[in-house]
Design a protein around this ligand. Structure first.
Ligand code: ATP
Length: 309
């Protein structure tokens, strides 16, 4: 029997994301903010291999530093498997083997991609056969970014980012991302947004509780026009991220003066994403960034969501 025939598991690949646009509404009484975001799934992937087991166990490796990733039941992928078992009454367990490419705590939704991949992998492995709506419902319980990792492509997310509608995007957008070895905590970034808004209420004016995505973003995506998109990309978390990590402002400025059309912090950071005109420009920018001592990776989007490979 060949190795391939012996393999009894299911392998699922799910993408990381860049928030091309992220507007953050005013703080609500439940402590959350309404978001209006446009996600693009990009070609950095998490692979999750699920194999049958009596228990729920996990191992994590990757091309990125995985030392901050828990290998116990606090791992979002294992929580996804447990949630699926509970919801479907499945009585066995699973071993999840995760291989990560998405920077950890980098604002690119790596943990969410693992959770989405684990849902799809366990659903196939156990034969629980949920509909995509049911998977979406479980994904939203696990985290606001998990539904998008299931769906992939380019999409608008509202409420907490989990209410998705597809956004038409033509062609391919080229990005150069600069990961950072020191991750940022998403709650800490939101706390800094609230602190700053509270302190500068008068200057900032009233912040809408229900933000929306700028029409220009959707137009640029539909047109497949990177130059147009460069004029409208925005991240309301960026100023807070830069206050917490002033070093990132230098990275942004360096990329923007070295050939990028525009740059922004991805999600809650610290990964910085530069939009470039084409693959040649991507390669040039990647080289310039690397010769200045930065890690730089050329990725493109949109790509597919979590699926069996
Ligand atoms: P987001 O943009 O969705 O807020 P992120 O991309 O900034 O998230 P992740 O890499 O998803 O960050 O991880 C954030 C934290 O979640 C990690 O520091 C880690 O402690 C915890 N975590 C739990 N499960 C995972 C997982 N499968 N992969 C990575 N981190 C995980």
């Amino acid at each position: 029997m060949s190795l391939a025939e012996e393999f009894q598991g299911v392998r699922v690949r799910a993408p990381g994301k860049i928030n091309v646009f992220l507007a953050v509404g005013a703080l609500q009484s439940d402590g959350y903010h309404e978001l209006a975001t446009t996600f693009q799934a990009v070609s950095l992937f998490e692979d999750v291999v699920a194999t049958l087991s009596d228990d729920f166990t996990i191992s994590v490796t990757g091309s990125v530093d995985v030392s901050g990733v828990p290998a116990d039941e606090t791992n979002l992928a294992l929580q996804a498997a447990q949630l699926l078992a509970t919801e479907t009454g499945y009585e066995g367990g699973v071993h999840l083997d995760i291989r990560k490419e998405v920077p950890v705590a980098g604002g690119m939704g790596g943990g969410s991609a693992d959770a989405a991949a684990a849902l799809v992998a366990c659903d196939a492995l156990w034969g629980t056969d949920l509909s995509s709506q049911e998977l979406h419902r479980l994904a939203a319980q696990l985290g606001a970014d998990v539904p998008f990792a299931l769906k992939g492509g380019t999409a608008v997310g509202t409420r907490r980012g989990d209410e998705l509608s597809a956004a038409l995007a033509h062609g391919r957008f080229e990005w150069v991302i600069v990961p950072n070895p020191v991750g940022l905590s998403t709650p800490a970034v939101y706390r800094e947004v609230d602190r700053h808004r509270g302190e500068h209420q008068e200057a900032l004016g009233e912040v809408s509780a229900t933000p929306s995505v700028d029409a220009g973003v959707l137009q640029a995506l539909r047109a497949g026009d990177a130059r147009l998109l460069a004029d409208v990309i925005r991240n309301d978390l960026q100023a807070a991220t830069l206050r917490l990590r002033p070093d990132l402002a230098d990275v942004l400025e360096f990329g923007e003066t070295s050939g990028a059309l525009a740059g922004l912090v991805s999600g809650s950071g610290p990964t910085v994403a530069f939009l470039v005109e084409d693959t040649t420009k991507a390669d040039e920018l990647r080289r310039v960034l690397m010769s200045a001592g930065h890690e730089a990776i050329h990725v493109y989007g949109p790509v597919h969501g979590a699926r069996i490979v």
